[in-house]
Design a protein around this ligand. Structure first.
Ligand code: DX5
Ligand code: ZN
Length: 217
């Protein structure tokens, strides 16, 4: 069974409170929050003040995906804003081990995300320290892109790495997941599925969340 983390990136930003309520009602497991800085990725979204406001209207675990350069500069801000899991990109921080330790020292969960072309071996000496690995299954920056097929092997290999070491690490994927491919991806060993446009693009968001959950249970 896998969980579902709807990505707020595809929600109606004028109705965030209401959009969150809908996915909560549908049984979402995490709320995935995409922070983009216009440098690490060619898009800009929102930062700690928006997350802090949303924290007041939701009890879901906040799964914060930082697509920003040198994320170590902002760990304290996102912790204060209410992040439960803080995921940084391995490509965006020079001292990955130090950044992971800095997140964990704040008492929250630490995740590392990898772009599609980044090999799994960057995790070799940090996997044991992590709570979550986020495999990007599209190039980060935008919702609504197509799943990159070559990521299937990456998911399988990471699943093996986690299981062989008997680790308690959440394997999460992000990008291009929809009702058609979700079941297959779950069967590759994914623990948590991020979905943006496939959830918030639906006419009935609550019903779509429930439908997704059913497929991946
Ligand atoms: C992309 C973001 C994703 C995005 C996924 O850079 O990290 O979380 O919302 O969107 P979909 O599910 O539409 O591919
Ligand atoms: Zn994301």
């Amino acid at each position: 069974m896998a969980g579902l983390a709807p990505s707020l990136l595809s929600a109606d930003f004028a109705e965030l409170k209401e959009e969150i309520r809908k996915v909560e009602e549908g049984g979402a497991d995490f709320l995935h929050l995409d922070v983009m800085d216009g440098n690490f990725v060619p898009n800009i979204t929102f930062g700690p003040p928006v997350i802090k406001s949303l924290r007041k209207v939701s009890t879901l675990p906040f799964d914060v995906h930082l697509m920003i350069d040198r994320p170590e500069r902002y760990i304290g801000d996102f912790v204060n804003a209410g992040a439960d899991i803080l995921t940084v990109h391995a490509e965006a921080t020079i001292h990955l081990n130090r950044t992971i330790q800095a997140i964990k020292s704040e008492g929250i969960k630490a995740g590392v995300s990898l772009n599609p072309s980044t090999p799994l071996n960057v995790l070799d000496y940090v996997l044991e320290d992590l709570d979550l690995v986020l495999i990007m299954t599209v190039n980060p920056g935008f919702g609504g892109q197509s799943f990159i097929k070559a990521m299937e092997d990456k998911i399988r290999t990471l699943r093996k790495m986690i299981d062989e070491k008997n680790l308690d690490v959440i394997l999460e994927i992000d990008g291009g997941v929809n009702l058609e491919n979700a079941k297959h991806l779950k069967e590759l060993g994914v623990d948590m599925i991020v979905a943006g446009s496939a959830v918030f693009g639906a006419e009935d968001i609550t019903a779509r969340t429930q439908e997704f959950k059913k497929i991946i249970e």
